[in-house]
Design a protein around this ligand. Structure first.
Ligand code: GLN
Length: 272
């Protein structure tokens, strides 16, 4: 019996040692609690082991949220995700894939979360959990400069049967298919392809998120974004349903990064 008590006391001493070590390691006050959450959400790396990797799925053709610059994926989402990973004491790895594959990858567990200017929708909430929203978005309409379409209402006019280009699986795709019928909607794997189709005359307009729309119009002469928005939405990070520890850790990080102005500063760097 004595032996068991002695062993338990030794164990407690070791555990207290670890707790003290972690507390010292934490630096600022808040950091300690975030790290504790992270440790619970993931397997604790052994001492001297490289930091654990946090894998993010995205579709890197969505400027200014995620896009390639000098062969590297950069942008608002990439930077916010890196800041979140840092808060969790992890290294961020970004996996580029079709937008349409992100939720599947999250649910299969080949990535830890998806971040791709992804709108929170009722249907997606049935498949995945979403973090707190970190940005607003809106769906807008890109047309050729001389287009007869001048407002969002023109698309709904009696007898109008405009051909709409969208990015597969996006809210632009979902809403336009609902409003105008699949026969009037052509899906492309990214916004750039949709805009090329608009320039080539195979569609009359492209419905896509506002910021990528601005970037696409700036990069292609003869196009404009209509002033009237088609829909307003919130962007958030998607996480496998039930992975509440990671969800809580990410929400905590978003809260801290919002409070200290980091998220606003990242957004302001890319959206003037
Ligand atoms: N916000 C849109 C959506 O969630 C588009 C996102 C994207 O194309 N990356 O569907």
């Amino acid at each position: 019996m004595k032996k068991i008590i002695a062993m338990m006391m030794a164990l407690m001493l070791v555990l207290t040692g670890i707790a003290v070590f972690t507390a010292c390691d934490g630096g600022e006050e808040n950091k300690g609690s975030t790290e504790t959450t992270t440790a619970a959400a993931t397997t604790e790396p052994a001492e001297n082991e490289a930091p654990k990797v946090l894998k993010m799925a995205t579709n890197a053709y969505f400027q200014p949220y995620e896009f390639y610059k000098d062969g590297k994926i950069v942008g608002i989402d990439a930077e916010i995700a890196a800041a979140i990973a840092e808060k969790l004491g992890m290294t961020l790895e970004i996996v580029d894939m079709e937008f349409d594959s992100i939720i599947t990858a999250v649910n299969e567990g080949s990535v830890d979360f998806g971040m791709a200017g992804m709108t929170v929708t009722e249907d997606r909430l049935k498949e995945v959990d979403f973090s707190t929203s970190y940005a607003n978005g809106k769906q807008v309409i890109i047309v050729k400069e001389d287009s007869p379409i001048t407002t969002a209402d023109d698309l709904f006019a009696e007898g109008a049967a405009y051909k709409v280009g969208v990015q597969l699986g996006t809210t632009g795709d979902i809403y336009a298919t609902g409003d105008f019928g699949a026969e009037n909607v052509t899906t492309y794997s990214n916004g750039n392809e949709a805009v090329l189709a608009l320039l080539g005359g195979s569609v009359d307009c492209v419905i896509i998120d506002n910021e990528p729309a601005k970037a696409l119009v700036a990069a292609n002469a003869g196009l404009k974004v209509l002033d009237t928005a088609y829909a307003n939405e919130d962007y958030a990070i998607c996480i496998k349903k039930g992975n509440t520890e990671l969800l809580d850790a990410i929400n905590n990080a978003i809260k801290e990064l919002t409070a200290d102005g980091t998220i606003d500063a990242i957004i302001a760097k890319y959206i003037k």
